[in-house]
Ligand binder design. Structure first.
Ligand code: ATP
Ligand code: MG
Length: 363
């Protein structure tokens, strides 16, 4: 198993190292070989040193690994000559057509909880965001802005049969897997099919794909109603599939219900590879102070192991993922995880050590 490791900038380096240490412990505990790493230098710091944002053969090497793990990239003070941010990871998303953006949103005991309703403790859902087209797509081959003059600007909402079919199959499989683990397992198609022809098409393809998964219960929601429902009764939802910009907005909304950036894991998955990273950035304001919460990165490593289990046909890798998730669950349950991000007393190292302890103690 080979992992392309891009630690990147700022706290990205610390949380990536924490996540890999936890992943190794979980692999060892489940009797498996450790991965081979191909560390790829990239990011704002690398750009400042060399004038390029990723090693010259970095993109190619990333594609040769079984999966890509990324800490965080970017530094507000370091930019390209034209003022744009350093973001080689966006090129990786384009290059490998990472269409499925997976954002788990889960409430943990003793972690921040914005809703007073006790049922909010049961929030456990996934926002599945199409990540290469929709209203945000940046694929170099297509123009996002159709008209831009002094009087009018038009951006495009692009929905293709090819990508949407892949996305919905991914969504149904994800819901099915969660159902097998005893979760609610309902798949909700979030769109605005009543207004946009493109999103009526999105729903039409959802319904076509649905025929293959009669065991998966489905729901439909317009995105505005979904925003309301995510605040009113988020515990009723399981997997929510939607186009790019809706997913951008609702994943922040849902993430805000259950904690800070340091809990937000993320996987971006395509047909040939997947890129896993915490949803947060390099957080220069807290870098080098052992303050960053590594849990988003650690939970992203668990997502990566689940992905690799399927890709490589090795269910033991899923056991290692379960072990990481259980350690985080148990540790929160015992109030043994108190990240500084939530006003607790535990920095990056202490949080990482507790997750390692949890793994060592779990049977
Ligand atoms: P990007 O554009 O790369 O997403 P950003 O400007 O949104 O970056 P982040 O780096 O995500 O900024 O940080 C936003 C805020 O959240 C910062 O104040 C940062 O300190 C805090 N933060 C981000 N990640 C963590 C973390 N893992 N632990 C604690 N605090 C974090
Ligand atoms: Mg951000």
């Amino acid at each position: 198993m080979k992992i392309a490791l891009i630690k990147g900038d700022g706290i990205g380096v610390d949380v990536a190292e924490a996540a890999m240490a936890v992943m190794e412990a979980a692999l060892q505990k489940t009797g498996q070989a450790l991965p081979v790493y191909d560390e790829i230098l990239a990011g704002a710091g690398y750009f400042q040193e060399t004038g390029t944002d990723i090693e010259p053969d970095g993109e190619m090497r990333a594609g040769e690994a079984d999966a890509i793990f990324l800490g965080a990239i970017g530094m507000p003070s370091i930019r390209h000559a034209d003022g744009t941010e350093i973001s080689p990871h966006l090129r990786l998303r384009d290059r490998f057509e990472l269409f499925a953006g997976v954002r788990p949103v889960k409430a943990y005991p003793n972690a921040p909880q914005r809703l007073a309703d006790p049922r909010a403790a049961g929030i456990d859902l996934i926002i599945l965001r199409e990540s290469t087209e929709g209203l945000f797509y940046s694929a170099a081959a297509h123009k996002r802005t159709l008209v831009a003059n002094n009087d009018e600007v038009q951006d495009v909402l692009r929905v293709t049969r090819k990508t949407t079919t892949k996305l919905h199959h991914f969504a149904f499989n994800l819901a099915r897997k969660r159902r097998a683990k005893g979760k609610n397992g309902t798949l909700t198609c979030v769109d605005k099919a009543n207004v946009f022809t493109s999103l009526a098409f999105f729903r039409q393809i959802f319904n076509e794909v649905k025929e293959t998964y009669p065991d998966v219960p489905v729901g439909y929601n317009y995105v505005d109603a979904q925003a309301l429902d995510l605040v009113r009764k988020p515990w009723e939802f399981d997997v929510l599939v939607m186009e790019n910009m809706f997913g951008d907005i609702l994943s922040d909304l849902a993430g805000g219900l259950v904690g800070g950036m340091g809990m937000a894991a993320c996987g971006e998955i395509g047909e040939t590879t997947g890129l896993f990273q915490p949803a947060h950035g390099s957080a220069p304001d807290i870098m080098g102070q052992d303050k960053a919460n590594p849990l988003a990165a650690i939970l992203s490593a668990a997502l990566m192991l689940d992905y690799l289990a399927e890709k490589l046909g090795n269910s033991h890798l899923a056991d290692a993922a379960d072990l990481i998730n259980s350690s985080v669950d148990e540790s929160f349950e015992q109030n043994a995880l108190r990240p500084m991000e939530f006003g607790g007393d535990m920095g990056t190292k202490a949080v990482t050590n507790q997750v390692l302890t949890g793994i060592a103690e779990l049977a």
